[in-house]
Ligand binder design. Sequence first.
Ligand code: 13P
Length: 248
Amino acid sequence: MRKRIVAGNWKMNTNIEQAVKLALDIKAQYKGSEVDVVLCPPFTNLYAVHRVIQDTTIKLGAQDLYWKDGGAYTGQISAGMLTSVGCQFVIIGHSERRQFFGETDESVNKKIKKALDYHLTPIVCVGEWLEQREANETETVVARQIRGALAGLDADDVAKLVIAYEPVWAIGTGKVATPAQAQDVHRFIRTLLAEMSGEATADGIRIQYGGSMKPDNAAELLAQPDIDGGLIGGASLKADSFLGIVNA
Ligand code: 13P
């Protein structure tokens, strides 16, 4: 049985005060659960949020990393920096990074390898654009992203990943994928992973859904057999809506 995982991607939201308050609110209202709960604030707020949640089971994740260990890479953040402030997870290949910051399947692959070197759990994001869905290219696009992201990884490494399926047309739009639409792609991803890394690995890997997930649509999405959690944007910025999804 796969343990569910719900992660809040705060994106470029919260200053230090807002981040600490949000983490404190979540901590105060969190009653514990069977689910892995992960908060992914902006880099500048990681350590402060770590201090708030370090005595709980809530875990910390970053929103990106660079694949070098260190050196003259102005503005970049390394895996070692992330572990040093308490991160256990890191989001890699979010569609916003692909769209606005030149992320490619190749850079995603390098980042995953570096994260694994540092025992960070990558949350690897894939998903199609609306035009691609309308052109019936969803599976082609997602397969290309998965194959590119996982190139050169053996089954033991693949088993350590979390995959997030985030259809781009559902992100921040209020247009959530139907449970059946999401389930279809999740099943497709699991079948692909089975081909690439074997049944056992594919069965164990957790695949989150992301895209306008809210407390009122979470339960039916999470009831699907291949949906193992959520990667939450907007609804993760308030303790009650985030925990509403955790408890769904
Ligand atoms: P929303 O929940 O705001 O649609 O964002 C989803 C997302 O991109 C999480 O990474």
